[in-house]
Design a binder for this molecule. Sequence first.
Ligand SMILES: *Cc1c(COP(=O)(O)O)cnc(C)c1O
Length: 397
Amino acid sequence: MPGFELFGEQEKAEVQDVLDNGVLMRYGFDGMRNGHWKAQKLENALAKRMQTNYAQLVSSGTSALTVALLSAGIGAGDEVIMPTFTFVASFESILAIGAIPILVDIDDTLTLAPKAVEKAITPKTKVIMPVHMCGSMADLSALKAICEAHNLLLLEDACQAIGGSYEGKPLGSFGDLGCFSFDYVKTITCGEGGGIITNNKVYYKNADHYSDHGHDHIGNDRGAETHPFLGYNFRISELNAAVGCAQIERLDEFLAIQEKNYTLLRQALNEIPEVTFRKVPDGGVENYSFLNFFLPTEKITRNVHKALGKAGVDACFYWFDNNWHYYRKWEHLKENKSLGKLAKDVLEGLPDYTKADFTASDHWMGRTISCLVKLSWTEQEVKNRAAIIKKVILEVV
Ligand SMILES: *Cc1c(COP(=O)(O)O)cnc(C)c1O
């Protein structure tokens, strides 16, 4: 997945442009910047690649989620449905605006189970937020149908799945809003950065204004701008955007490498009857950033994961025990460990997650291993890796 593996001359040239004119700020300073608008250039490239009308860059994927929610008017007391398997950013972004994260089970897609989503809907529900973890997507048709039936917003967290598609549409562009992260370990990186895509002009304008203190960005006199509403600073810098300008040009190159490496790994595991693979919904194409597979039992999976580590195979994850990505270890959320007092709406609306029953999620996550697909491997390295993984699994099962 990580685009940082392949930094090259393009990235250096884009960053050098910014340093040469000295304007690190994405707005204003028109005279000094010698025609360089890296954030705007990356927004245009992102919107074009994602086939959406608009793209707004922000400072991170987490802030992309926060700003996307706010851009559609989501706020205090609103319920947002999110999966049990994701990154902590999902509930962070929801809590940041005083809304309530409603955790819902996943299925063999490793993302939101549509039936469980339907059961979780209440009069307060405003958004369904599928997270396309590890390169593949939720059953977006089913989720869209639920959204239409209940008048809800579909917000795709495509932070880990840039370049994948569903029914011919780039992931992130299927819902009302889509979010990407360009942090250091994502498929394309800005160091830190995030992006929001949408076809909705109002959401776009709201995101544009909100992420820069509510400035309306009308005209080119920063001092004369007005503030239609309260905002915040979630801006990306020109330096970060410059790296992304080079990386997005290389997205298809990266995706082709990921697919090639993924395919070699998968072919090796295909030969093991005990191994089954994460379900990709009909009409979906992964971005191949991870190879995700199931083993027959939790015990076998733990043993395989341990044995892979011993055999020196790095970057294979057992998310079931991971405290960034799976609800089981989110003690800070379960115990409401907030630095300041949480808002009343949140305290009153937050389910008691110490008592939640997510056995349906555990059924899948307890048996899942995800192996990161790197870009820098040689073909021989991938083949050796595939052979070792296969040998280790066969020894344990
Ligand atoms: C990385 C990530 C985020 C947050 O992105 P940052 O840029 O690190 O803030 C959100 N959701 C998912 C699924 C991610 O993997």
